[in-house]
Design a protein around this ligand. Structure first.
Ligand SMILES: *[C@@H]1O[C@H](CO)[C@@H](O)[C@H](O)[C@H]1NC(C)=O
Ligand SMILES: *[C@@H]1O[C@H](CO)[C@@H](O)[C@H](O)[C@H]1NC(C)=O
Ligand SMILES: *[C@@H]1O[C@H](CO)[C@@H](O)[C@H](O)[C@H]1NC(C)=O
Ligand SMILES: *[C@@H]1O[C@H](CO)[C@@H](O)[C@H](O)[C@H]1NC(C)=O
Ligand SMILES: CC(=O)N[C@H]1CO[C@H](CO)[C@@H](O)[C@@H]1O
Length: 341
């Protein structure tokens, strides 16, 4: 009896599925005509890449197109998600004609070139701008700072030049800024240190040519992860070491390796929420503070290739590290290096 029933259910399954999906399919709004025209122009401008072959004039974009999404109630286009495509050419201004877009992902498409079109500012609902791994060039436009709903910017691995516009630090909801592996120059704007987010900030500006000090405005900021490695930053960044503690459960990870930072580590104070600190290849001097041996959350620490001296404190994470986290300093000694004389 049971097997027969099962077979019956299996035979009817396609019909049941069809019936259950019909009401939603019928109630879903049709693709907005203006949005559809903008997407077709966008596709053509990018050389009709294969990834978006489903975008055709004779089909409904909300029902038949891949790599994008509509609002089911209004038929307005809310998201584009094109990755690893052979899209080619400058980022088309037509993208600005999608006023309800919240997510713009066009990534890992190395033949997408050109500068940021001013038409992007029309995307006042945009929350996510994710365009890593293309060949975008020119400066980051100041107008990004007027797109007030932006929460996430990821433009890693492009060829962006010029300095970071201070206006980015005025975006009220911004939580993630990834601008690593570009050709950025100039200083880190004070305003970036004033960003805050209840769940922590994620900032990655590594592998650029940024100069000057880490701004004092980072004092008390809500950082969860910051990677400023491989730049030409100078001065004393220790304001960052105290940024934890704003949420007891969130650890703070800081990578400042391969810069030209020059400061006395003995004078630094550390947040009890420090989870990782990498200072390798800088010009840090003084001693390693004993406070570091008492930080329960500290998982990684690297001060190799600096100018530190004195005995390495024992305890906590410091006991678990190897010589590679301490070697090439002026006169550090004690475990895991050679005993002090
Ligand atoms: C980018 O363009 C070059 C030169 O036209 C071509 O050889 C290459 O295959 C393209 N890359 C992609 C991912 O389409
Ligand atoms: C941003 O893009 C990079 C580079 O491809 C990627 O590795 C990273 O996961 C992205 N970051 C986030 C926070 O999604
Ligand atoms: C940084 O500047 C140096 C010297 O001007 C240059 O050789 C290097 O390619 C630049 N690096 C980046 C990531 O732009
Ligand atoms: C610490 O930095 C040195 C120098 O760059 C590197 O060789 C070593 O692997 C690093 N240690 C860890 C655990 O990453
Ligand atoms: C600079 C800043 O905004 N700091 C905030 C970090 O988060 C805590 C808790 O959410 C706030 O109290 C701080 O004002």
């Amino acid at each position: 009896m049971a097997p027969i029933l099962l077979r019956l259910v299996l035979q009817l399954l396609p019909l049941l599925l069809l019936l259950s999906s019909l009401p939603t399919a019928l109630s879903a709004a049709r693709c907005n005509a203006a949005d559809k025209r903008a997407l077709l122009r966008f596709k053509k401008a990018l050389g009709n890449p294969y990834t978006i072959i489903t975008w055709t004039a004779d089909t409904d974009c909300c029902r038949h197109w891949l790599a994008m999404e509509c609002d089911p109630d209004t038929g307005r286009v809310t998201s584009i998600d094109i990755s690893y495509s052979e899209a080619a050419g400058p980022l088309p201004a037509d993208v600005g004609d999608l006023p309800y877009l919240t997510t713009l992902i066009l990534r890992k498409s190395p033949n997408v070139t050109g500068t940021f079109p001013p038409a992007l500012t029309k995307l006042t609902n945009l929350k996510m701008l994710w365009m890593d791994g293309n060949s975008l060039s020119g400066p980051l436009p100041d107008f990004l700072g007027r797109m007030a709903k932006l929460e996430y910017i990821n433009l890693s691995f492009n060829k962006i030049t010029g300095s970071i516009p201070p206006s980015l630090g005025k975006l009220p909801k911004l939580q993630t800024i990834f601008l690593d592996r570009n050709r950025l120059t100039g200083t880190i704007p004070e305003s970036i240190g004033l960003l805050h987010h209840p769940d922590g900030l994620y900032i990655r500006l590594s592998h650029n040519n940024l100069t000057g000090p880490v701004p004092q405005s980072f004092k008390g900021s809500n950082i969860s992860q910051i990677d400023l490695s491989r730049n030409q930053l100078t001065g004393d960044p220790s304001v960052l070491f105290q940024t934890g503690g704003w949420a007891s459960s969130i650890l703070v990870f800081i990578d400042l390796s391969r810069n030209q930072l020059e400061f006395d580590l003995s004078k630094s104070q550390f947040s009890s929420n420090l989870g990782g600190l990498d200072l390798n290849h800088n010009r840090v001097y003084g001693k390693i503070p004993t406070q570091l041996a008492k930080l329960g959350g500290l998982q990684s620490f690297n001060v190799s290739y600096n100018r530190l001296c004195g005995e390495i404190p024992q305890g906590g994470v410091l006991d678990r590290l190897t010589e590679y986290e301490f070697f090439h300093n002026r006169c550090l000694c004690g475990k895991p290096l050679a005993p002090c004389k």
